[in-house]
Design a binder for this molecule. Structure first.
Ligand code: ZN
Length: 683
């Protein structure tokens, strides 16, 4: 029997991979990777970039491609058997990679390569790949000795435990709350929520409606329930989760302090002044001071708009909702009513204009025009009949045959056994392989759109269209790269706070009349989107953008100061109060314990990194502004963007790519303008 996961073929044999192939494949691939590691660190392999790469990279890539295919199928074609096979092997794959990343012998070898005279002669992408590898070893504590090394390892373990406890407390505190109310208290709440909460009560043998703090229930109640006391009640419950106001076994107060202290201790061992400095080593932002300056600048500019948003909301609530003293538990409710009054249009109405074939065709045409490629249908084995496969080609001219640039799978529709959400993943990266062939990149684009019904094409919401463009932007970053070194080709090796540039960049096209008028055709009449409907969509886009921006800055500045300032963890509440006094337009009540559920920074990967959302938005908006300035489909701008951003991939620092494209440093203006935060000039 041949195992499809071990086939050396061009593309994964997705149609043939079965759960029973997983363990035997890893039984072969893992030992091969281990043997390669042992060989690479041994005396027979000289400290030379090519020699190391020839021994190590092929078996490692083979392992990651096979495991990548298994992980992909686990996400898009899940079965109990496949999940079991995946989970059975996850531990040993993770363990191998942890070991590889901390192997002192390998670190010593890389160090010898980096300090050898030959290193200076390496190509720029290779020097970048080597310095990234060295950096990652260093941040894993590779230079530490003796007691410091042991303490570093212990800190990692403690952090993982405490982060896990933090998120369990948030989960338990959220799950642990229920409030059963009679139907008359839910006046204004949409029918589907009424039905869901009635069923939840019935399940417990209760009559009435069982409310919870889970987003799909909590949010609509806060937005629509006319019962103000109920909203206040639910607000209080939500913002005091996992705090000292609840059961002590779920209180996150101590964990927050301990986590930050452990991170600061880690930073000290690595020789950095703070954990914020450690977090920024592998990011585009240069220092905590730079990040805080960026956030404060943005706050100052957003502030007048946030104040105006708030004044409008207050006036509307007083006049139309009989709420002269707007409270935090009224904000979502009043905002929803104001939005309805001002921009009423139905999602259902918009959807009729976005048929999937038309949208795809429009997207492809934009990409073909801007980046001088052709996208054509291609064939490959897939995991589902609805999955499509495409190839991207470029004609070199002079009557030469078209050249293959990359390929991608498009798995567009939601179905059972497929994880929700949308993402781009790599099947394989661009790579001049040690044996001499050039491997072209292949991507997965996965979305969860509603399937076509009957003989009509699938209809997309405007949000769906934005999602498709976003993921396609990641895909282009991966597929159009011209870098030949796997570790820094495409999105590989791109700094974490810059990786959303190409994806968010593409979203902008979904707000252009010039684009949408051609991207739309009513499913029954074929008519394009009416201009008047487009104008209402655009107006609604920036609803309360000032308030939303300040809220994000409040979180980001709190996160950065908490991890940058010595002793800030001693009184987390005091720090948050200070940040709010500086930034917020709406100051919440004293009992608000938002920080106790801020899992992004206490249990996720965003510690001293929450600013990244806004940071990448500035880059993508400013990059897009170059197209606004030159004309959306200007050939030179498109070529420059392709070469300097997409093709360069991770081969150099993101700021260098940005400067090469824009001819200057990033500026904040375009983001403010796109979000409606500019003062109108009147002639
Ligand atoms: Zn993204």
């Amino acid at each position: 029997m041949t195992n499809p996961l071990l086939q050396a073929s061009d593309l994964p044999a997705f149609a043939d991979i079965r759960p029973e192939h997983v363990t035997p494949a890893l039984d072969e691939l893992l030992p091969a990777a281990e043997a390669a590691l042992e060989k690479a660190v041994g005396p027979d392999v000289p400290a030379d970039y090519d020699a190391l790469s020839a021994v190590l990279d092929v078996p490692l890539e083979r392992l990651s491609r096979a495991w990548g295919a298994v992980g992909h199928l686990n996400a898009v074609a899940n079965t109990p058997e496949l999940r079991a096979a995946y989970n059975e092997n996850l531990g040993r794959v993770t363990e191998f990679h942890t070991k590889l990343g901390a192997d002192e012998r390998l670190y010593a070898k890389y160090k010898a390569v980096a300090t050898s005279p030959a290193a200076a002669a390496l190509s720029a992408p290779r020097r970048r790949a080597l310095s990234n590898a060295m950096r990652d070893f260093l941040l894993s504590g590779a230079e530490l000795q003796g007691e410091a090394k042991a303490r570093f390892a212990a800190i990692q373990e403690l952090q993982a435990e405490k982060a896990q406890a933090f998120s369990e407390h948030v989960l338990d505190a959220t799950d642990g709350y229920a409030l059963t109310v009679t139907a008359d208290r839910l006046a204004g709440v949409p029918d589907d929520i009424l039905q869901a909460t009635r069923e939840a009560a019935a399940e417990k043998g209760d009559s009435g409606h069982r409310l919870s703090l889970h987003m799909p229930v909590w949010m609509p109640v806060m937005q629509y329930a006319t019962d103000r006391a109920l909203r206040e009640n639910l607000y209080h419950a939500y913002v005091t989760r996992a705090s000292e106001f609840g059961p002590p076994e779920r209180d996150n107060s101590a964990l927050m302090r301990e986590l930050v202290e452990l991170r600061q201790e880690e930073a000290g061992l690595l020789g950095y002044p703070s954990f914020a400095d450690v977090s920024l080593v592998a990011k585009m932002a240069e220092s905590p001071v730079q990040v805080m300056g960026f956030l404060r600048d943005l706050a100052a500019r957003a502030r007048p708009h946030a104040e105006r948003d708030m004044a409008e909301l207050r006036a509307f609530a007083a006049e139309h909702l009989a709420l002269p003293d707007l409270q935090p538990w009224d904000l979502a409710y009043a905002s929803e009513k104001l939005k309805e009054a001002r921009y009423a249009f139905s999602e259902q109405e918009v959807k009729q204009y976005f048929t999937e074939p038309r949208v795809l065709e429009g997207l492809f045409r934009i990409v073909e025009t801007l980046f001088e490629v052709r996208i054509r249908p291609d064939t490959a084995a897939t995991w589902n009949d609805t999955v499509r496969f495409f190839r991207i080609e470029r004609s070199p001219g002079d009557g030469q045959p078209p050249q293959l640039i990359g390929q991608f799978y498009l798995d567009a529709y939601a179905r059972n056994g497929k994880r929700p959400g949308a993402w781009m993943d790599e099947v394989r990266g661009r790579w001049a392989r040690p044996e001499g062939s050039l491997q072209t990149p292949v991507a997965q684009l996965v979305c969860n759109f509603a399937s076509p019904v009957g003989d009509k094409p699938a209809l997309l919401t405007h949000d769906d269209v934005i999602t498709l463009f976003h993921e396609f932007g990641h895909g282009l970053h991966h597929m159009l790269t011209q870098v030949n070194d796997l570790a820094v080709a495409g999105i590989s090796g791109v700094e974490w706070d810059a990786v959303e540039l190409p994806s968010q960049f593409m979203e902008n096209f979904c707000w252009e009349w010039e684009v949408l008028s051609r991207l739309t055709a009513h499913v029954d009449t074929g008519a394009p989107l009416p201009r008047e409907l487009f104008d209402r969509m655009t107006a609604a886009r920036n609803f309360q953008s000032g308030l939303q921006t300040l809220r994000q800055i409040e979180f980001a500045l709190f996160d950065m100061r908490l991890h940058a300032e010595r002793g800030a963890s001693a009184d987390v509440q005091k720090l948050l109060d200070e940040v709010r006094a500086e930034v917020a337009v709406v100051v919440p009540p004293a009992y608000n314990r938002f920080q106790h559920t801020f899992s992004h920074i206490f249990a996720g990967g965003y510690s001293a990194g929450y600013y990244s959302y806004k940071w990448a938005e500035v880059l993508s908006a400013d990059a897009y502004a170059a197209f606004e300035e030159s004309g959306l489909f200007d050939a030179d701008t498109g070529r420059r963007y392709r070469r300097e951003i997409l093709e360069a991939g991770g081969s150099r620092p993101a700021i260098e790519s940005f400067r090469a494209f824009r001819g200057r440093e990033p500026r904040i203006d375009a983001l403010l303008r796109h979000q409606g935060m500019v003062e109108e000039r009147r002639a």
